[in-house]
Design a protein around this ligand. Structure first.
Ligand code: B12
Length: 177
């Protein structure tokens, strides 16, 4: 038995650039994920609250209008505050997020930032590797263990299976509740 990886995606407040996230949503779904898409122009607290309510493994944010360092930090803080310390956080924003910004964001608890030109397959592989399997097992962000994540040695049992060219799978073995 396999169950899908469950993700929540959104675009921050004051940002109407939803083209990238729409593309990614379709790609995640095409590979078997369940995607709760919250839409664009969403606040950090809207996103964190919905992510906890929906019991997702991770939150994916697409940000193009600036303010990403503070926004991702606020989502991370709000997730932790609402009992979602185990929920992953990742995202992208083309060329508007610099390498230096991304380093700072990782230090503040974002798992990964994807830059312009990243193949969609790379993003799907990242999600499968890091958020696949039970949402109580993780393999990202060593620093997150301090906030309640199990160590990375308990990484996902979910493989990155291939059924053909570019056919990664975001299905994972079902684990007892
Ligand atoms: C298309 C576009 C628009 C479209 C948006 C259409 C839509 N519905 O999305 C329109 C014309 C509406 C628009 C409007 C505006 N835009 Co505009 N727009 C762009 C543009 C040209 C492309 C962005 C895009 O969609 N790329 C396609 C995606 C698929 O490619 P990508 O960015 O490389 O994405 C990859 C990775 O970044 C990553 N990724 C991205 N998001 C995510 C999320 C997750 C979860 C993950 C895992 C990965 C990931 O994966 C992708 C695949 O490799 C950029 C310039 C640029 N080249 O980036 C400007 C840009 C983002 N816009 C800009 C601006 C200023 C505006 C406006 C304010 C202009 C104005 N004065 O009205 C408005 C704001 C609109 C609003 N309400 O927010 C600026 C932002 C500047 C800044 N932040 O400092 C930019 C950078 C242009 C510029 N150089 O000035 N825009």
């Amino acid at each position: 038995m396999r169950r899908p990886v469950r993700l929540l995606t959104a675009v921050p407040i004051c940002d109407g650039h939803d083209s990238a996230i729409n593309t990614l949503n379709i790609e995640f779904i095409r590979h078997g994920a369940e995607v709760v898409y919250l839409g664009f122009h969403r606040s950090a607290s809207d996103i964190a609250r919905a992510a906890v309510q929906e019991g997702v493994a991770a939150v994916g944010i697409s940000s193009y209008n600036g303010g990403h360092i503070e926004f991702f930090r606020d989502v991370r803080k709000d997730l932790d505050r609402r009992g979602g310390a185990r929920i992953g956080l990742f995202g992208g924003g083309g060329g508007t997020i610099s390498q230096a910004d991304a380093r700072r964001m990782r230090r503040q608890g974002t798992d990964e930032i994807f830059f312009a030109g990243t193949p969609l397959e790379t993003i799907v592989a990242f999600v499968t590797k890091n958020y696949g399997g039970s949402r109580h097992r993780w393999s990202v962000s060593p620093g997150r263990e301090a906030r309640g994540r199990p160590p990375s040695s308990t990484s996902s049992s979910c493989g990155f299976s291939r059924r053909g060219p570019a056919a990664a799978s975001l299905f994972c073995p079902t684990t007892p509740a």
